[in-house]
Design a protein around this ligand. Structure first.
Ligand SMILES: Cc1ncc(COP(=O)(O)O)c(C=O)c1O
Length: 385
């Protein structure tokens, strides 16, 4: 009686089962996979965050498919602060970036249509696409003196059913930003094939380089949807506040906005207290970003210090984001390696295959891990190689 699309294999994989057993047995764990910023020891301005949630204006209901104008203006202000011009009229508030993806897939795709996604990248996309009956087709990122998009393979992957290309900017877990020349190339491919760029910019603010990468939000060179939200920017995933921006050529944009408006009006999903709090939550991003960047830098320095003392493992170059990718000997599958590290060293890491790396030999560590844990965990990991 259920839809085929929900016919998932929900049995835990071997690593999740081993982790659950490790935890259930109460064994000590050095968890190098943490991604929930509210559990990483960052300091939040508790009273500022809670105060903006008690705005008396929340007692009345003023539905707007795009979301409250004050909140959308604050989001436009975030881009203005980055010198990117975005109109509040082109913004839709959503409860999460994941929900924004569902709006985009529903706007662009009929069942079975295709969307290209980078590989390696974040594993969330498979479920998001499947739930919307969208087929994902992977295009490779290549590592050669830093990560690059394989544009040849990307173009070869386009079929008459392709509706969009997802670019995660910077990508999770590789930490690669699209450079101006790559943005121009994406624009020319996507406008030639009449497909949309879907830019996921949840980690955009977390760059380690001096030059701030441009956002896709003000892109006019091809149909573009830009997705972001406060779960990463302000470290507030529990507030469920995100957005979707329609960009690109004027005529396409107007058509996209009209269609999105119907979808958004059908759900009106973001609650009033959170919408009213968005300007205040956005203010929190400065202090949060400073803490994250300083932790990421310190963790990277410690990782590099330990890596310099051995010859078996190395770290791939990264430009931003919250993850480091380690190149390790591919003497067994990444999953076997991760299970062994857990069993023998009490260290939890993500195997590369979790992110669809093209081969074994990669482990992913979270750089927002508290510093002492990252230092101890890395030391145990490297000593077992
Ligand atoms: C690249 C990327 N996009 C989207 C998300 C989900 O964001 P949200 O909490 O807004 O749904 C994540 C979460 O880790 C992510 O890594």
């Amino acid at each position: 009686m259920f839809a085929k699309r929900t016919n998932w294999n929900l049995a835990p994989n071997r690593l999740s089962a081993a982790l659950a057993a490790h935890r259930a047995a109460g064994k000590p764990l050095l968890d190098l996979t943490v991604s929930n910023p509210t559990e990483c020891g960052f300091e939040y301005d508790r009273s500022a965050i809670l105060n903006v949630l008690s705005n008396p204006a929340a007692l009345s209901y003023e539905p707007d498919p795009r979301g409250l104008e004050t909140a959308r203006r604050a989001v436009a202000g975030y881009y203005a602060g980055r010198k990117e011009e975005v109109s509040a009229e082109d913004i839709f508030l959503t409860t999460s970036t994941s929900e924004a993806y569902s709006y985009v897939f529903r706007t662009l795709c009929d069942p079975g249509d295709e969307v290209l996604i980078p590989s390696p990248s974040y594993p969330l996309f498979d479920f998001l696409a499947e739930i919307q009956d969208v087929s994902l087709v992977r295009y490779p990122l290549l590592y050669d003196h830093g990560w690059q998009i394989d544009f040849h393979a990307l173009e070869q992957s386009i079929t008459p059913r392709t509706r969009g290309v997802i670019i995660v900017h910077p990508n999770n877990p590789t930490g690669h930003f699209a450079k101006n020349v790559e943005m121009a190339k994406l624009n020319s491919i996507c406008s030639a094939h009449q497909i949309a760029i879907i830019a996921d910019e949840v980690f955009l603010d977390f760059t380690l380089e001096e030059n701030r990468p441009a956002s896709f939000a003000a892109n006019r060179g091809a149909p573009t949807f830009t997705l972001s939200g406060l779960s990463k920017i302000s470290g507030l995933p529990q507030m469920k506040a995100a957005w979707l921006i329609a960009g690109g050529p004027q005529q396409w944009r107007s058509e996209a906005l009209a269609r999105l408006e119907v979808i958004a009006d059908t759900y009106l999903s973001v609650n009033a207290p959170v919408q009213l709090a968005i300007p205040g939550f956005l203010e929190q991003r400065h202090a949060f970003r400073r803490q994250v960047i300083s932790r990421v830098r310190r963790n990277l320095a410690e990782l590099d210090r330990q890596l310099a003392m051995q010859k078996t493992c190395s770290r791939l170059t990264l430009e931003g984001g919250w993850c480091a990718v380690l190149r390790v000997p591919a003497t067994r599958s990444d999953e076997d390696l991760a299970i062994e590290l857990l069993a023998t060293r009490g260290v939890s890491v993500h195997p590369g295959h979790f992110y669809e790396f093209a081969s074994d030999g990669y482990l992913v560590l979270s750089l927002i891990t508290p510093e002492r844990i990252l230092a101890q965990g890395t030391s145990r990991l490297l000593s077992s190689m």
